[in-house]
Design a protein around this ligand. Structure first.
Ligand code: SF4
Length: 198
């Protein structure tokens, strides 16, 4: 971004058909994934309570969740690195995060890969993904939720088939099963799930 330029002028969406950002969220998130001002954009959308359309790689629903969980100062809300938890912190349900981790596994992304992307300890991710850990700090949840859209666009490593095999054996569902559904709502059952238990 050059001096004097507003952040949105450096957005990857410049020149794109902006209807995509309101009508085709999956396509829009792919554009945002390669955007150099993604965090600025997300911060702006959160600050202005912009709930309509894709901003900073997130849907309005995802931004509402981020805002609810956000406890850090505004300047830090888009940080990917989770900060040390305070002495007393209220833990939150990880249903949506567990589903995201399982969907990532269906694609072939191991907890090690997710850990590198969101900064959360791989062992914690493994416990959340397998259902052993039902609650986590808001910072952990936010780090995974923010990393998820990018994760979906990340190429799978050559070892990804191992993770895919684990996912298939446990009956986990991929990202497509959640399209149009609220992945964070424990009452929602994903599309095409035959042995749904998570
Ligand atoms: S993050 Fe997405 S919506 Fe925001 S400026 Fe970049 S491309 Fe545009």
């Amino acid at each position: 971004m050059s001096a004097g330029e507003q952040w949105w002028e450096a957005g990857a969406c410049r020149g794109h058909d902006l209807r995509v950002f309101f009508e085709k969220p999956v396509v829009a998130k792919k554009v945002c994934a390669g955007c150099q001002v993604r965090e600025r954009c997300l911060t702006y959308a959160l600050d202005t309570k912009e709930w309509y359309g894709v901003w900073g790689g997130t849907s309005g629903r995802e931004r509402k969740r981020l805002l609810r969980r956000r406890s850090a100062p505004a300047s830090e809300r888009c940080r990917r690195e989770p900060k040390p938890a305070p002495a007393v912190v209220e833990l939150v349900d990880v249903t949506g995060v567990r589903r995201r981790l399982q969907a990532a596994a269906v694609l072939g992304h191991s907890v090690a890969v997710v850990s590198r992307m969101c900064g959360v300890n791989a062992s914690t991710l493994d416990k959340i993904r397998s259902g052993i850990q039902p609650r986590a700090t808001p910072v952990t949840v936010e780090a995974i939720v923010v990393a998820y859209p990018e994760l979906l666009l990340t190429p799978v490593s050559r070892e990804g088939w191992r993770t895919q095999r684990v996912a298939a054996g446990r009956g986990w569902v991929g990202p497509a099963a959640w399209l149009g559904l609220d992945i964070d709502d424990p009452r929602v059952i994903p599309k095409g799930a035959r042995h749904w238990a998570a």
